[in-house]
Design a protein around this ligand. Structure first.
Ligand SMILES: [Zn+2]
Length: 218
């Protein structure tokens, strides 16, 4: 653990977050370390901000980008309004609520893992002890959007037909059908009628635009 000091404050550096956690001063009732300056109690974060960046405009507060009230790393301190602070808290509470919501039974980390997983929805559902619908909604960004909204869209064609396929043309076909279509010498129109699906679905299979994971093996 590395230690340092800023003025009268001593801190230890959290190697994971790079937070400078103040260890020399008591915390006030809101869990902010505070020190006596000119006979008045002052939050350490304000003291440090003023040392590094100058005076804090009247009515403004110091915000922590790291969400750690004990942190006095000048790089983690921003000046903002009280409204900003409230907005930060609301967004944090919302995340915490999502994470603690018993209906989901999943943590944010698990949601991220599920989103990027290459495993089938069935296996993921089993692994995390949730329904396949929960998995489906996560990877399609129907739920947990606050976590996944900026994640890249992942091509999951290979899992669609097996699950909520009633929303997807592939559902009507099983793997055997797909192979028959792929290997067939018949015209697409004939196959479309035979399997009661659209010609474009047939062509997508034949051209390996869909079900590629299956037909690639041939
Ligand atoms: Zn910090």
């Amino acid at each position: 653990m590395d230690y340092g000091n800023i003025g009268k404050l001593q801190y230890k550096i959290d190697p994971l977050s790079n937070c400078y956690v103040c260890i020399s001063h008591y915390l006030d009732k809101n869990k902010y370390p505070s020190l006596m300056i000119d006979g008045k109690m002052k939050r350490a974060s304000r003291y440090v901000y003023e040392l590094y960046s100058g005076e804090i405009p009247k009515g403004f507060v110091i915000r922590h980008t790291c969400d750690n009230p004990s942190c006095i790393n000048p790089d983690h301190l921003l000046v903002g309004t009280h409204a900003d602070n409230v907005a930060d808290k609301v967004s944090r509470d919302r995340c915490a609520k999502l994470e603690n919501n018993g209906r989901h039974k999943l943590t944010i980390e698990q949601v991220k893992t599920i989103y990027f997983s290459d495993n089938s929805q069935t296996n993921l559902a089993k692994e995390y002890k949730v329904t396949r619908r929960v998995i489906y909604d996560i990877i399609n960004k129907n739920t947990w959007k606050s976590i996944t909204k900026d994640f890249p869209v992942i091509n999951r064609t290979k899992h669609y037909g097996r699950l909520f396929g009633d929303k997807n043309v592939n559902n009507k076909l099983d793997e055997k059908n797909i192979l028959e279509i792929y290997l067939s010498k018949e015209k697409s129109k004939f196959l479309a009628e035979k399997y009661n699906i659209s010609i474009s679905t047939i062509n997508d299979i034949r051209n390996r635009r869909t079900w590629k994971w299956l037909t690639n093996k041939i």
